[in-house]
Design a binder for this molecule. Structure first.
Ligand SMILES: [Zn+2]
Length: 286
């Protein structure tokens, strides 16, 4: 009983203040501790775009890098890690030109970063949105094309999503990152924040499809769920964006072309600006 009361009062204390947002629109604070020794430190990436520190920050994460090349395209042999960096830079440039948000990249060169460090960069910088950029591959189905958005769920939406999570999460083994689980009250607070972030992430996924489908194609089942480590920042809404298929000739041509990258960036820019405009409105109307 006393443990239960202590737990309740800890939760209550944590929920009174400013910070995240519940589905009903109330504002809550969740003081999340990071698990000590596995937390990265060191320099944070440069910020482009607005100079106003009150503007929302978007952290773009070019998938793979360094000794982890990701998928390789049968059309031209380009590695996914190079494609994701080019696309992320194009999105960064579009967001910076728009001037409404601040934007940073987890990597702006060819380097390996473990999955947890990628989202910890977003957390340490106080990002309002984290977008991990990838490119799909379906070697046995070269007709598969279009973009897919993944958001976090412990239960995968389908077998392919489960396989993707298995493959992507393997990347950490290359870097030898320890998997640290948080325990006790902190775990419950993290779960609350995570649920809120998952809701906002899913809203952004729908918005991205709506805003960007004029610029580039999406798969019919464009929103999928998987337990992807890189999406596990408990307090930063996060998506993994599969730009298109490296195994489809049409997709590869537009993903690799400056014009295709510009279209992807325009669609992403439109969705991101609308997302934060909505959230500013929601806050102002309270
Ligand atoms: Zn990938």
């Amino acid at each position: 009983m006393s443990f239960f009361l202590a737990l309740l009062s800890a939760l209550f204390a944590a929920l009174s203040g400013g910070g995240g947002e519940t589905p009903s629109g109330e504002t809550i604070t969740i003081p999340l501790e990071r698990s000590g020794d596995s937390s990265p430190s060191g320099p944070l990436p440069a910020i482009s775009g607005s100079n106003d520190p009150s503007r929302p920050l978007v952290v773009l994460d070019p998938g793979h890098g360094g000794r982890d090349p990701g998928a390789t395209s049968p059309f031209g042999g380009r590695h996914e890690k190079d494609v994701t960096l080019a696309v992320a830079r194009a999105i960064r440039d579009a967001l910076a030109a728009g001037g409404r948000v601040r934007v940073a990249l987890t990597r702006d060169d060819d380097r390996f970063i473990v999955l947890r460090d990628r989202y910890e960069i977003a957390r340490r910088m106080g990002a309002g949105l984290f977008i991990s950029i990838h490119a799909d591959a379906a070697p046995s189905n070269d007709g598969a094309r279009g973009a897919t958005i993944y958001t976090l769920s412990e239960v995968a939406s389908d077998r392919q999503a489960a396989l993707l999570a298995q493959e992507q999460n393997e990347a950490d083994r290359i870097g030898g990152a320890p998997l640290v689980e948080d325990a006790g009250v902190n775990r419950i607070l993290i779960d609350l924040a995570q649920r809120n972030s998952m809701n906002v992430s899913a809203q952004f996924a729908a918005l991205l499809r709506r805003e960007a489908s004029a610029y580039f194609p999406f798969r019919p089942d464009y929103h999928r769920f998987a337990s992807l480590i890189v999406l596990k920042a408990p307090d930063v809404p996060s998506i993994l964006f599969e730009t298109g298929y490296l195994t489809n000739g049409t997709d590869v041509a537009y993903i690799n072309s400056p014009e295709g990258q510009r279209q992807i960036a325009l669609g992403m820019n439109s969705a991101i600006e609308t997302h934060f405009a909505r959230r500013t409105l929601a806050t102002a109307s309270r």
